[in-house]
Design a protein around this ligand. Structure first.
Ligand SMILES: *Cc1c(COP(=O)(O)O)cnc(C)c1O
Length: 393
């Protein structure tokens, strides 16, 4: 008999009844140090008092009104995002997938309105992840995601991440957009080097192609800048954001330049819930905290500390770990043992990590994880590594 919850996930036998900062607590009172943060979602930890206050204040005022009316919290968050980024305009969604949908629609409508309706091709990269809608799985293109769900939406060309020659050959006046994650998340924490991102921007400019960045996982302070592309000193035309932007409340966004967004006129897109008052009240508070230079400086200091300790851990367990990679608080440990075994050993040691492709274990802690919790995290990962080592012997 099918489970009452559609069985599309393999769930760990864990269930949490409370969250406090970087910790999750189960019904038996067991405490787990949460280095997954709901997959880079709980950017400010669990039960953050500022966010709880923002949510309850809005809940006592008004929960939901349609986008047929002005929503002050949405306006506030949009203005902050426009002030602090390349973007001139923002559309709010409930998820990264919905942001992906709009980014694709926006790019195609752009060329349609410029009198090039056949310019629909979008270049994407193997190992990428853009969500689970029919368009988003077509964009990522892996067999694992599209098999059985055909006909697959047309118009995507998939290249190997980092294959510059293939990119040079594929990009042309027929290309509507290039869509890429500055740091692949699900793909195994694979950062695109700054010079490559710069080169990609130049290439897009050369052919007039729109550059769409998927910063759903790597954005909102995750890499130590508000958005990851800032490290490369470039800007996109369109950007997808979600996960951390709501701090745990479902919220996503598409940010765009005025030119890139020019096709999206009245009636071309909409959402019942996108930009809902509750989501935007929380999102505005997250944005106030995360966009602060002092906060981001702390993210960089903490992530350097975590990385340094992780390098030590990896060096001490060469039979378990291969290498550390990533940026800021978006780190991946490539394992020699199976990453699933490492995640399980972590649970046993009281630390939560997240598996990713390429046999990687992801660490995506709250951006404000206290220093003492970083130390505890390393102790628990150490304990997990020792347990795995013992199993081998
Ligand atoms: C999680 C993720 C998405 C999809 O976001 P959902 O909110 O799950 O729809 C898209 N792109 C990237 C890079 C992601 O990490």
């Amino acid at each position: 008999m099918i489970a009452s919850i559609l069985p599309t996930y393999t769930r760990a036998p864990l269930s949490f009844v409370k969250g406090e900062g970087s910790w999750l607590i189960d019904a038996d009172g067991r405490r787990f140090l949460d280095l997954g943060a709901g997959i880079a979602v709980n950017a400010l930890g669990h039960a953050n008092p500022d966010l709880v206050a923002a949510l309850t204040e809005q809940a006592n005022a008004v929960w939901h009104v349609s986008n047929l009316y002005h929503i002050p919290a949405q306006q506030k968050l949009a203005d902050m995002l426009v002030d602090d980024t390349f973007a001139d305009t923002v559309f709010f969604t409930n998820s990264g997938t919905e942001a992906c949908e709009l980014a694709i629609k926006m790019a195609r409508k752009y060329w349609f309105d410029k009198g090039q309706p056949d310019r629909t091709e979008i270049i994407t990269f193997n190992g990428s992840f853009h969500g689970r809608s029919t368009a988003a799985i077509a964009a990522a293109g892996s067999d694992k995601m599209v098999k059985g769900f055909g006909p697959v939406l047309e118009g995507f060309t998939h290249l190997d991440f980092g294959d510059h020659d293939a990119l040079n050959a594929a990009i042309s006046e027929k290309t509507a957009a290039v869509l890429v994650e500055p740091v692949q998340g699900e793909g195994g924490i694979r950062p695109m080097p700054d010079v490559c991102l710069k080169g990609l921007r130049d290439l897009c400019d050369q052919f007039g192609v729109l550059l769409i960045l998927d910063e759903v996982q790597c954005g909102m302070g995750r890499t130590g800048k508000l958005f990851a592309h800032e490290w490369a000193g470039i800007t996109p035309d369109i950007m997808m954001v979600a996960k951390g932007i709501g701090g745990g409340f479902p919220l996503g966004a598409v940010l765009a330049t005025e030119d890139a967004a020019s096709g999206m006129t009245v009636g071309t897109h909409g959402s019942t819930y996108g930009g809902n008052p509750l989501a935007c009240a929380v999102g505005a508070r997250v944005m106030e905290i995360v966009s602060d230079d002092g906060f981001l400086a702390e993210v960089n200091r903490k992530s350097a500390l975590l990385r340094q300790k992780l390098e030590g851990l990896v060096a001490a367990h060469p039979d378990v770990f291969e290498t550390v990679r990533g940026a800021g608080m978006m780190l991946g440990i490539k394992c020699k043992v199976s990453n699933a075994d490492m995640v399980q050993a972590g649970f046993d040691a009281g630390v939560i990590t997240i598996p990713a492709a390429d046999n990687v274990v992801r660490l995506l802690p709250a951006l404000n994880i206290p220093d003492e919790d970083i130390t505890k995290a390393i102790d628990k990962l150490e304990q997990a590594a020792r347990a795995l080592h013992k199993e081998d012997a």
